[in-house]
Design a protein around this ligand. Structure first.
Ligand SMILES: [Zn+2]
Ligand SMILES: [Zn+2]
Length: 274
C-alpha cells in the first residue's frame, strides 16, 4: 500500500498563471488514486494573483483563497489538502516552502523582503522546510536575464517537474545525485489546471505511510524518509545523457552565497550539444 501526494500545484486564486480554482483539482487527484495535494501558489515575488499594493493582511487573505477553496472541497470529500507556497528569488530560482500557515504569514509582513538565508532561518524556526523546485529550468519566460541558481542550503530538491522539458530534469537529477545525494529528492506536477497534466505526466511522491498534516510532509523531507518518485519512465535517471544547459548558472553554497562551481563541477561529464 502506498500513499501518493502532489507536491507542486497552482490555483487561479493565488497564482496569476493559475487557470482553475482550488476545488477543481480534488476530483482529478481522487480519480488518480492520490491521497492528498499540497497547494503551492506563487508567493510575493513570484507570479502571484493578489495585487502587491494591497495591505499585507488583505494580500495574505487573497493569496490563501486557492488553498482554502481546495481544502474545503477536500474536507467535504475526505481528501487531504495541505498548504505550501512557492517563492522566487533574484536569480530566477524558486523554492517550495512547506509548514507555514496563514496566521504565521499575517504575523510576518517582513517576509516579503526575506533573503534566501532569512527564509531558511525563519522557516526552520517555524518547523517548516524549503525545497528548491526545477533548479535547471531554462524556460522562455525567463527572458533576457534568465539564470539558474541551484542552492546547496535547501532541505530538498525537486528533481522532476512535469512542467519542465525532460532535459532540464535530467540535469537536475544528475546535479542532485552529485551535489545533494543525502537530502530529500522530490517530484511535482507544477500543475496550473486539472487538464494540464494527464496520465504519466502527473507527478508526485509516494510514501508507505499516510501523511496526516503538512507537518508529516515536512518531517519526511527533513529526515529524507524513504519514498518513491511518481514520474514518467526514466525521467529521474541521473545516468541518462545530458544536453548542454542554455542559461548561465550560479551555484549557491550552504550560506546561499555564490560559488565559482561550474556546470562540469556539478554535472560531471555531460554530452556537448552538436
Ligand atoms: Zn505558474
Ligand atoms: Zn510552480
Amino acid at each position: 500500500m502506498e500513499f501518493k501526494y502532489e507536491t507542486h500545484l497552482h490555483t487561479m486564486q493565488g497564482s496569476a498563471c493559475g487557470k482553475a480554482p482550488g476545488r477543481d483539482y480534488i476530483a482529478k487527484y481522487m480519480d488518480l488514486g492520490y491521497d492528498g495535494i499540497i497547494v503551492t501558489d506563487h508567493f510575493f515575488h513570484g507570479n502571484c494573483r493578489p495585487n502587491r499594493e494591497l495591505p499585507w493582511d488583505q494580500w495574505v487573505t487573497e493569496y490563501c483563497r486557492g488553498y482554502e477553496d481546495a481544502a474545503e472541497e477536500g474536507y467535504r470529500r475526505g481528501f487531504k489538502v495541505f498548504f505550501g507556497l512557492e517563492e522566487r528569488f533574484d536569480l530566477w530560482d524558486e523554492w517550495l516552502v512547506y509548514g507555514l500557515t496563514k496566521e504565521y504569514m499575517l504575523a510576518h509582513p517582513g517576509m516579503r523582503d526575506w533573503t534566501r538565508m532569512q527564509w531558511l532561518e525563519h522557516v526552520h524556526a517555524a518547523g517548516g522546510c524549503a525545497v528548491q523546485c526545477h533548479p535547471f529550468r531554462q524556460a522562455g519566460y525567463m527572458s533576457r536575464d534568465g539564470h539558474m541558481a541551484p542552492c546547496l542550503a535547501v532541505d530538498g530538491v525537486e528533481v522532476c517537474n512535469s512542467g519542465n522539458q525532460p532535459a532540464w530534469d535530467a540535469q537536475a537529477a544528475r546535479y542532485a545525485r552529485n551535489m545533494l545525494p543525502d537530502i530529500f529528492h522530490s517530484a511535482g506536477s507544477d500543475i496550473h489546471h486539472p487538464d494540464d497534466r494527464q496520465g504519466d505526466q502527473v507527478f508526485g511522491v509516494a510514501f508507505d505511510q499516510p501523511l496526516f498534516s503538512v507537518q508529516d510532509y515536512v518531517q519526511a523531507v527533513l529526515h529524507n524518509t524513504p519514498h518513491r518518485l511518481i514520474v514518467s519512465p526514466g525521467r529521474d535517471d541521473p545516468d541518462q545523457p545530458l544536453e548542454e544547459p542554455t542559461l548561465p548558472m550560479t551555484v549557491l553554497d550552504r550560506e546561499c552565497r555564490p560559488t565559482a562551481l561550474t556546470l562540469r563541477d556539478v554535472l560531471g561529464d555531460y554530452h556537448e550539444r552538436v
